[in-house]
Design a protein around this ligand. Sequence first.
Ligand code: 5GP
Ligand code: ZN
Length: 113
Amino acid sequence: MSDCIFCKIANKEINSQFIFEDDQVVAFRDMNPQAPQHILIIPKKHFANILEVTDKELAAHILVDVIPEIAKILGVDETGFRLVVNTGKEGGQTVEHLHFHLLGGRSMQWPPG
Ligand code: 5GP
Ligand code: ZN
């Protein structure tokens, strides 16, 4: 997707500091953080949102391998954290490239609003 900002970040057209990278995934700090630790985890491959994901291995890799590793890197694996996947208009999605928000470093409230 040539006009997708997260594709540009993932393929390094836009210079970003990654806190994690492997062959399929990158993670970087949200530019408008909502918590002391606010990381966006994205597949390098473009999927518009979680409803569009067709790659089960990639989905499992993100959930089973990447998110726990990033939680450890951030030091929130013991304290806990929140994972958010805003989807579509009413879900509050503003960037149409699948991303997982990992929020941590403070106590979270519920309901989220
Ligand atoms: P959404 O609302 O789609 O769930 O989340 C999009 C997130 O991406 C927002 O929290 C926003 O601050 C973040 N964001 C949008 N553009 C950029 C960018 O160019 N760089 C970074 N680091 N974050 C971005
Ligand atoms: Zn994209």
